[in-house]
Write a protein that binds this ligand. Structure first.
Ligand code: C2E
Ligand code: CA
Length: 661
């Protein structure tokens, strides 16, 4: 008895043997034709070139043999049977004509190739049967002709069918085996020699056919591979072209393609110049953050469709992010062009239904005719009109007017000056006190920045230079410079007061902003809890998630956060409790209306109640008159800021006025 290992070994050995194909199996496999569609077509195409001449040869040989045996063999064998065989051969010849084969479906071709095996064997058998039948009716010379014809047809058949080796095998064997046996048994003096030659040559040719088939398949496969690679290369080239031209998300022209189209339009001197419009979506970021990127994508696609559907739009594209550009028919006069863009802005503002939610946004549009020396010059002006439209907000449309040219030039000049300026040398700070009207003391100072473009002759307001800082990418640098200056010259925390510093939306949103601001405060040695950062709702609208995250990060480091200009904008009272806040500052627009407008009073009262409920401070800004002070006092507001208590002043003067409101 064998051990377990022996048993395993013998099992494996048996399995190996079972898996290894037999000689016959290998022989069959070597003759098997491939079944891939493209090879089926190749086999058929090849056979269609060779099968018709082969049948032609058979018809000729049968006719000649019949003529040679005419008179010696019965008429049925020399006339009727040859005629029937020729008709059959003619039918097969016609069936395999190249033009007809080309028209056949793959399924038909596959079936034809399969039937080809037995059809060829059957044809060979009929031929041999007939040859055997006439053979005894001839003399030695006639019989030699039969040998000769059968051999020639056999060899030619194998050669013609070489691309389909299994068919060649069927044909060769069906012809050679019975004929050889018959000739040998019949006792013709040359029979043995002829049969040996025929058998040897048949085997040789079948081996050649097999090798030929292998080469043929290899060639076809490599040709198919080349075609596949060429197709792949063509597809890649098409993809590259599409990527270089179209925006992947919306399928409209991308920035590069649109700008080159714009350039062509501007160089085209025929007809009135088209209108160029830039479309910028408001609140897109909010949609992205609130409803997810898929919703944002759906919205962008819808906007692209709406732009494309607008009457008069001749070309359009996506310049990037949430900015689109379009060309409007130059035949439109300015009134009609403006009306078309207002219509577009209205249509973009229509709600978009996306998977059960309703999405809304608005679009500001700036526009101008495509005149000017260059694409850049034209774009700059349309951009400036867009900027104006965005200041108006809420889907405004603005056309660049000749008088805007001066403002644009000034802006370009001042932007350049700002870009080149040393901020430390060109800013100064004014300080405005925040009063506690109960204790009649200043409790805080707010730093308000000014910037000079001309060495101190004019001092510009933040509303002018903060956008310049944004445009030149220097917002963070400016804020740090202001903060460092304020902490250096106005160390009010040493007297138990807090210092307010305003942050721009970018300061609230930028990565790394919290750390760099904290660094400035640490270097100045100020305790974070004595610094209040004023933020407006703008940052929250632009990117609520990130704003929230960064505000919390400021809070976590001990800084106080004040919500500036509260009551002026869209800030939803419903969400305010989620913000990390220490102070609500009532907007000075509301303060202005306080003495005269009951609605303003009610709103101020609501804000104060909200602050109480959230257990945070409430400061009223822009208090100018006694009447406003009294109304605010009556509402219960203690902390006040405004000209009534002190204008923004340079540090010494501001600190000197501390006790004297
Ligand atoms: P804000 O934070 O609401 O600042 C108060 C603004 O109201 C100041 O204008 C101040 O001069 C003005 N103001 C104060 N009391 C009264 C008053 O009784 N009546 C009237 N009519 N106005 C009063 P300013 O300095 O032009 O600042 C405007 C805005 O610019 C500020 O609004 C603030 O949002 C921003 N800002 C000021 N300084 C900076 C800064 O250093 N960095 C940043 N990022 N923004 C700043
Ligand atoms: Ca402020």
């Amino acid at each position: 008895m064998g051990t377990g290992t022996d048993r395993t070994f013998s099992h494996e050995h048996a399995r190996d043997r079972a898996q290894r194909p037999s000689i016959l199996g290998r022989f069959r496999a070597s003759y098997r034709q491939r079944d891939e569609d493209h090879l089926i077509r190749a086999y058929s195409a090849n056979l269609s070139q060779r099968v018709p001449p082969l049948y032609g040869l058979v018809i000729l040989a049968v006719t000649l043999l019949a003529m040679r045996f005419h008179g010696t063999a019965p008429a049925v064998l020399t006339e009727v049977v040859p005629a029937m065989m020729s008709v059959l051969a003619l039918w097969r010849l016609a069936y395999w004509l190249p033009a007809r084969v080309r028209r056949r479906s793959i399924a038909d071709l596959r079936r034809d190739l399969r039937t080809m095996n037995w059809v060829s064997g059957f044809s060979a058998a009929i031929l041999v049967g007939w040859a055997v039948a006439i053979y005894p009716h001839g003399d030695a010379a006639q019989q030699s002709l039969v040998h000769y014809v059968i051999s020639v047809i056999g060899f030619c058949g194998i050669l013609c069918l070489a691309e389909a080796p299994l068919t060649a095998l069927f044909f060769g064997l069906s012809l050679a085996v019975p004929s050889t046996l018959f000739f040998v048994m019949n006792g013709h003096p040359n029979a043995v020699f002829i049969s040996v030659v025929q058998a040897t040559l048949t085997c040789l040719l079948l081996v050649v056919a097999n090798a030929h088939h292998r080469d043929f398949v290899r060639l076809e496969l490599s040709r198919e591979e080349i075609v596949r690679r060429e197709r792949h290369a063509a597809r890649l080239a098409a993809d590259n072209l599409a990527n270089a031209t179209y925006d992947a998300l919306t399928g409209v022209l991308n920035r590069r393609a649109f700008l080159s189209l714009l350039e062509r339009a501007m160089n085209d001197a025929t007809g009135a110049s088209a209108w160029l419009a830039l479309v910028d979506l408001d609140g897109f970021k909010h949609v992205n953050d609130t409803y997810g990127h898929a919703a944002g994508d759906a919205l962008l696609k819808t906007v692209a469709i709406r732009i494309g559907a607008q009457d008069g739009v001749t070309a359009y594209g996506r310049l990037g992010g949430d900015e689109f550009a379009l060309l409007l028919d130059g035949a439109y006069d300015s009134e009609r062009a403006l009306a078309a863009m207002k219509d577009l802005s209205r249509k973009i503002a229509e709600p978009v239904a996306d998977r059960g939610t309703v999405l809304r946004l608005s679009a500001c549009i700036g526009m101008k005719r495509t005149e000017g020396r260059s694409v850049n010059e034209c774009l700059e002006r349309v951009d400036s009109a867009l900027y104006k439209a965005k200041e108006d907000g809420d889907g405004a449309v603005c056309m660049f007017a000749p008088e805007d040219e001066v403002a644009l030039r000034q802006r370009v000049a001042i932007t350049r000056t700002f870009n080149a300026a040393s901020l430390n040398d060109t800013i100064r700070l004014l300080y405005q006190p925040v009063w506690d009207i109960e204790s009649e003391k200043v409790v805080a100072y707010e730093a308000l920045a000014r910037w000079t473009p001309d060495g101190g002759e004019t001092w510009l307001q933040p509303s002018t230079f903060i956008p310049l800082a944004d445009a030149t990418g220097r917002t963070g640098e400016l804020t740090r410079a202001i903060l460092a200056r304020a902490l250096g010259e106005c160390r009010v925390w040493e007297q138990g007061l807090t210092l307010g510093v305003n942050l721009a939306p970018r300061d609230v949103l930028r990565d790394g902003s919290v750390e760099s601001i904290e660094q400035v405060v640490r270097e100045a040695g100020a305790p974070p809890e004595t610094i209040t950062f004023d933020v407006t709702e703008r940052a929250l609208i632009l990117d609520p998630k990130r704003a929230m995250h960064n505000l919390q990060a400021f809070r976590d480091r001990g800084f106080r956060i004040s919500f500036d200009d509260f009551g002026a904008g869209l800030a939803s009272l419903g969400n305010i409790h989620r913000l990390p806040l220490d102070v609500l500052k009532i907007d000075r627009g509301l303060t202005r209306a306080l003495a005269t407008d009951a609605g303003a009073r009610a709103l101020a009262g609501t804000i104060l109640t909200l602050a109480w409920q959230l257990d945070i401070d409430c400061v009223i800004e822009g208090v100018e008159t006694e009447a406003q002070t009294e109304v605010a006092r009556a509402l219960g507001i203690r902390l006040m800021q405004g000209y009534r208590f002190g204008r923004p002043l340079p540090v010494e003067e501001a600190l000197a006025g501390r006790q004297a409101a």
